[in-house]
Every structure is written in C-alpha cells, then in structure tokens.
Design a protein around this ligand. Structure first.
Ligand SMILES: [Zn+2]
Length: 308
C-alpha cells in the first residue's frame, strides 16, 4: 500500500514536471521572446524577454496616461506610461504619431485636451510600425477626427490585417522610404528601418527652439523577432546602418523606455537645459538592440536544426 502510494506520488510529480516544462516551452513560443541570450551593454544586461517587458510594463502601464508634456518646439508627448504617442502641432492642424491600442484613444484625446489642443484638429495620423500596441487605434482616430492615415508601403499588408472590432484599417496615403509628409510648415521624413516589421519607420523632423535648430528622430523599435529569417537579417543589417546615419539631437522611441523618458521628464525644470535634447544618447537604444540582435543570430546559428 505504502509502495503503491509512493509510486502514485512519483507519477504525479513527474507528470507535474512535464506539464510545467511543457507550459514553459509553449509560453516561450507563443507568449513572447525567450529569456536568452543575455548581453550586457552600457553596464546593463538585456535579453529579448527583458526588453519586451521593459518596453511594455504592466497592463496598467499600457493604458494609464503619462503626464502629457512638451518635448521640444511643437512636439508633445500624449501617450501612456509605456506606449508612446506624439502630437506635432501646426497652424494648419496636428499630426498624431502612434494611436497605440484602440482602447487608449480616449486617453490620448484627454491628454491632447489637457495640453490645450483639440483632438478634432488631428489632420494626419502616422505610425512607427504595424503592431497593435502602436497602430490599432488608427481606425477609431480617423472616425473621430477625419484625419488622413498614412502608412509605409511595406507595412500595408500587416495594417490591413489589423481590424479592431472588425473595422477596416484606413490607409489614405501610402508612403515610401525617403518621402515626406508636410502640414502647416512642419515636414516629417519617413526612413524605412525594417526588421521588427517589414515597414518599421523612423520619422525625422527639424525644429527650431530658442533660436537653434534641432533634429528630432522618432525611432521605431529594432527588436529582433524570435526567429530571424534571411530576409529579416537583410532588413536589420540595412536598418542598423540607416539609423546610425540619421541626424539626431532629440532621440524619441515608440516605447518611452527606449529614450528613458521618465528620467528625462523628471529633469524638466524651468530655466534648466531641455533634458530631451540628448545627442549623446541618440544611438544608445540602437546599440542595445543591435547587440541583442547579433546574439540572437549567433544563438540561432549554433542551434541544431530541428526537424519535425
Ligand atoms: Zn512592435
């Protein structure tokens, strides 16, 4: 009897371990990137999983407004704690970069109004890349404001597949690498920085502030997907070279952690230097992402081919 109990217990234990291992493998494949390889850059250690969690924060972080604020010149932050949304204000209406999740549109609207602007003045909607946490709210924003939604050609298929509540993703203008979007005297240039998505785009603009010119870059994520195919490898190799050449004084990112927004915002003081002007750190995020990407590639090459 005793032996039998022990055997039953061991079987249960083994089954339990197998289920636990099984669920870990499953979550690694479907629930997000793995927690390896680890690379240390600028004294901090990163893995694909740690970068995703740094970018996204908690469910609350994704939907809670961060204090809306002016970044520089006519550029404002109107996003949540972990999902960036930028408002570019012009005399002929405003450009909104990244509507984030559809459920955040009322939050973004409130942030715009808190700054003293009007949501229905949104004339153009741009995106950094075709993932739901950045562009799912485009259809609702267009419904509420009548804005023109513009998208990088290579991201059009992914955007067309994004249909919150069955709504078609609006695309009023297809933009190609190097083309620009102008409204009320502000021009934004689209730079294809593919890899994270096929049409991931860094938007750049030049602003005047305090009598000086500054180059602002709205970087898109350069985080490698779980499996880097030869096509994606070509895209990343090109993109890392592209971002290194972009003129930059003010680096921004589609997740605030990419430019350490919280720390910079804490340093905003009347009379102090604008902490968002941070030329020295323009390539910090790209350097971190490239290190992780190279390590992911190395690991992938060393892994024995899995045949099914
Ligand atoms: Zn993404």
């Amino acid at each position: 009897m005793k032996k039998h109990r022990l055997a039953t217990f061991s079987t249960a234990l083994v089954t339990g371990i197998m289920i636990w291992v099984g669920s870990t493998v499953t979550s690694g494949q479907q629930g997000g990137p793995p927690d390896h390889p680890a690379v240390t850059v600028f004294g901090r250690t990163y893995t694909p999983a740690s970068i995703l969690s740094r970018n996204m924060g908690t469910a609350d972080d994704q939907t809670t407004a961060f204090t809306p604020h002016r970044i520089i010149a006519n550029i404002y932050y109107v996003g949540t704690r972990t999902l960036s949304s930028f408002l570019v204000v012009t005399p002929q209406g405003n450009i909104l970069i990244d509507t984030t999740y559809e459920r955040n549109v009322p939050t973004i609207r409130k942030s715009i109004e808190q700054l003293g602007f009007t949501f229905s003045d949104t004339k153009i909607v741009l995106g950094n890349h075709a993932h739901g946490d950045h562009q799912e709210g485009d259809a609702l924003t267009k419904q509420l404001t009548g804005a023109q939604v513009m998208a990088m050609a290579e991201d059009v298929p992914a955007l067309q597949a994004m249909k919150p509540g069955g709504k078609e993703h609006p695309i009023d203008r297809v933009v190609h690498d190097g083309e620009s979007v102008t409204l009320g005297g502000t021009t934004l240039v689209a730079h294809l920085t593919a890899g994270h998505t096929r049409g991931a785009t860094a938007w750049t603009t030049r602003v005047q502030d305090g009598g000086r010119n500054y180059d602002v870059v709205f970087f898109s994520s350069l985080r490698a997907p779980n499996v880097v195919t030869p096509d994606i490898e070509k895209e990343f190799d090109r993109s890392f070279a592209v971002v290194r050449k972009l003129p930059c004084d003010v680096p921004l990112g589609d997740h605030p952690a990419q430019y350490e927004m919280t720390d910079e915002f804490a340093r905003v003081k009347p009379g102090a230097a604008n902490p968002f002007i941070d030329k020295a750190n323009c390539l910090r995020e790209a350097t971190i992402q490239e290190a992780v990407y190279r390590a992911v590639l190395d690991e992938q090459r060393k892994e024995p081919k899995i045949t099914r």
